[in-house]
Design a protein. Sequence first.
Length: 287
Amino acid sequence: MKKPIDKTGTIADTFYPIIGEEGPLLERTKATMAWLLSPEANGIGEKLLRDAYALHKEPLCIYVTQDRNTAYLNKDKKFSHMLAWNPIYNDSLRHISDDGTLFTPSQESILAHELVHAGQPITRKEFIRLEKVPEAVGRRLNNSKEGHALDKAFTRHMEDAKNAAYQSQANESIRQAVEVLVTSNKMLDKAEHEHPDYIDWVNKYETQAVAAEREVARLRGEPQRANYTEEKDYSSFSIKNFCELQEKVKVKDKIPDPPLVSSKHPLGFWENLMKDNQLTVKKLNTR
Ligand SMILES: [Zn+2]
């Protein structure tokens, strides 16, 4: 769809529609864009939108959704020049700042990042190349010694969980199985980040996007992202997997808890000794 730049209309009319279900997320997205187009943003939003328009000759469709992660989609099977925008997902992101601390980036800085992608001449071929990286490193790790060891450990913990009589024992084994999953995921991430295709992509496209993100953060007085690498928070991953494995092992059907080993001496050793002796004395007396 070719559309000449409408000199009389607003920037919104010309460069982007924001679509999605009416509600707080849509309003929030409009406010995010409004900031990027405000004088405070120093023209960044408008410049990025103009670049994207110049490249694609069509407005950028910003689709507000909770059904998928935030991502710029170009020459995708279904979408051409579209930004899937999920403010809830954005809230879950954690970046490393220049001083090494974790922080949640602002929606404005994330939007600037995605708008940079919208103006980059990314080809479908490059997308596919990047998408294949996780699969490739996964295959390699599966066939590695470390991969085998982790696989064995996971199977063992799951067997222990299945065979456990008590819920608490089963849960402990599942907890260990989840730890193995987290370890293997961290390994996968690391291998992915070291893959040449991934590094190429970051150098070619992400570095520019992070620079825009940093500029917006600077203007807003927020922490600035140190690099493209994301510090993943595995807590929700762990909880989700823990619950799934609990279902698999049918933990609920197991005996609720091992019976408490009743302490013979709940009052303490000497107090009980005294009591026992008194009883013995009494018994002796009544004999
Ligand atoms: Zn990016």
